[in-house]
Design a protein around this ligand. Structure first.
Ligand code: HEC
Length: 492
């Protein structure tokens, strides 16, 4: 069962390290084509459509959000021809981790057809000719350093002080805070569009729980009319920054990243608040060397809903993720299968057409972890890995964003399930031993500590937390029954 309201979940982003690339599969077919493949005549079009969203000149507003090299002109692309052929044949580029069965389903899909792959491979194999510039497609006018894609923002938030990313930094994860003050918004506002802007080239990822974030290739969020996120007045926003650069003297750089928001006018009709269900677990421990440690989480839609998109989230041991639907009429469907999860690409899978979920549909999220040596990203195959915010700890989340008819204007997911004590243990376990000691327990939980610590060893472990959850649930059920009985007695 998921109890998301306590999980002010950190979507801490994974370390940008070497990904294990599958070896190139069958590359080009041997078929002989009399027409030579040229850059201007064929290749440029594919690069525009599938690659330049990331491989383009590094505008100041894009920081480290773009790929290491631009592929916009022949001169830029020519030296990479062989590498391009390898990367596309192995399907490492463009990065897209969903199984092929989902092709055509998601709006932000990044995949090449077999024809496109063959084309790029043949171009490289035939010496990467330029062809005739007159055949070139019109170049795309990518946004430059000034101006926002979402238009003039109503509010731009930054973390309070600029931060200096020191010379010796290679990878750094650090948090900042911004308070949404009364002067900024005196009351909650419906958000129409969100656009992040990295403040320096050292920014690799930004996540702000509640607003989303940015990773290479992610576009700004612009909601369909009538759909909105909510920005709560007076709330603190937490910035989870991942900086990544070559360390070395003189490489230090100042950063003060920002996010621009556009609000709906107060009299505009907002039909749907987009909710984010955080399906996930806190009570796991991945043993050293495990190759297929599997966690399942279930959640049932309480009312008719429509799914907008998914964001599976794990850290460095994450291997695969799957969302399945069990419909109330007995039907079954795999909604999203990510067989080779890659922490480098924090991909949101956003539907072209929202997916209808009748009330009572059960979602099952399965996440799989590889804590063995064969996972090249694994920082320590000898460690038992538990829930935690640093990428060297793990997370098992599947975010589901959805709208629903009955709960518009109110967080449907909030208050569904009550307090989750496994989350409390995970969040407060500062000593990282998988248990909550008395001195680690948050204030309101301290008074129940003795009751929860059933084996009296001075700490609450996950089993004890689960037992306490079950007890709370029982109490709630009894209360409901008693209330129903009382109502029945009053009625009869
Ligand atoms: C979502 C963003 C994104 C898209 C789309 C994308 N790339 Fe990349 N690409 C990257 C990033 C970032 C890297 C740097 C290596 C890494 O982090 O994996 C990269 C690396 C590469 C490399 C390897 C560079 C090296 O160091 O050897 C090649 C070649 C490449 N991309 C080609 C392509 C081609 C061709 C396409 C389109 C068919 C494409 N990419 C689409 C983001 C992207």
């Amino acid at each position: 069962m998921t109890r998301p309201q306590i999980s002010s979940v950190t979507r801490l982003i994974a370390l940008g390290a070497i990904a294990s690339l599958a070896l190139a599969g069958a590359a080009s077919a041997a078929a002989v084509d009399p027409e030579p493949v040229t850059f201007y005549g064929d290749v440029a079009r594919v690069l525009q459509q599938e690659c330049q969203v990331c491989h383009r000149p590094n505008g100041a507003n894009l920081g480290g959000m773009v790929a290491p090299m631009a592929l916009t002109t022949y001169e830029e692309t020519r030296p990479w021809a062989r590498s391009i052929a390898r990367q596309v044949a192995s399907r490492a580029m463009p990065p897209w981790d969903a199984a092929p069965q989902h092709n055509g389903v998601f709006a932000n899909e990044r995949t090449l057809t077999q024809e496109e792959i063959d084309l790029l491979v043949r171009w490289a194999e035939s010496g990467a000719p330029a062809g005739n510039p007159a055949d070139a497609p019109e170049p795309i006018d990518w946004p430059s350093s000034d101006g926002w894609l979402i238009g003039e923002p109503d509010l731009v938030l930054q973390f309070d002080e600029p931060y200096f990313v020191e010379d010796d930094v290679d990878d750094l994860y650090i948090y900042f805070k911004t308070t949404v003050t009364d002067e900024m918004i005196p009351e909650d506002r419906y958000v129409k569009a969100i656009e992040f802007r990295p403040g320096s080239s050292a920014v690799h990822h930004i996540i702000v729980p509640g607003l989303g974030g940015i990773a290479p290739g992610n576009d700004p969020v612009i909601h369909t009319d009538g759909m909105a996120d909510v920005l709560k007045a007076g709330r603190d926003l937490q910035w989870q920054m991942h900086y990544h650069k070559e360390p070395g003297e003189g490489t230090g750089v100042w950063d003060q990243s920002s996010v621009a928001l556009k609000f709906y006018d107060k009299d505009e009709d907002v039909k749907y608040e987009v909710f984010n269900a955080d399906m996930g677990k806190y009570d796991f421990a991945v043993p050293p060397g495990a190759t297929d440690y599997t966690i399942q989480t279930e959640w049932t839609f309480p009312s008719d809903s429509e799914i907008v998109g998914y964001l599976p989230h794990m850290h460095l041991r994450g291997k695969a993720a799957k969302y399945e639907a069990y419909y109330p009429d007995g039907g079954y469907e795999v909604l999203l299968d990510v067989p080779n999860y890659d922490f480098n690409w924090q991909t949101t899978y956003k539907y072209k057409e929202r997916k209808k979920m009748p009330a009572g549909t059960k979602l099952v999220l399965t996440t799989v972890f590889d804590n063995s040596e064969s996972n090249l990203a694994n920082p320590d195959p000898t460690a038992t890995v538990r829930w935690g915010e640093p990428t060297t700890d793990e997370m098992s989340f599947g975010f589901v964003s959805y709208i629903n008819e009955e709960n518009k204007g109110r967080g449907a997911f909030q208050g569904d399930d009550g307090l989750d004590l496994t989350a409390v243990v995970a969040f407060s376990d500062e000593s990282r031993d998988g248990k909550m000691q008395l001195e680690e327990a948050p204030g309101m939980v301290k008074q129940y500590f003795e009751m929860m610590d059933q084996n009296k060893d001075g700490a609450v472990d996950m089993e004890e937390a689960k037992a306490a959850n079950a007890f709370l649930e029982q109490m709630a059920e009894q209360r409901e029954k008693a209330e129903a009985a009382a109502a029945g007695a009053a009625g009869g």
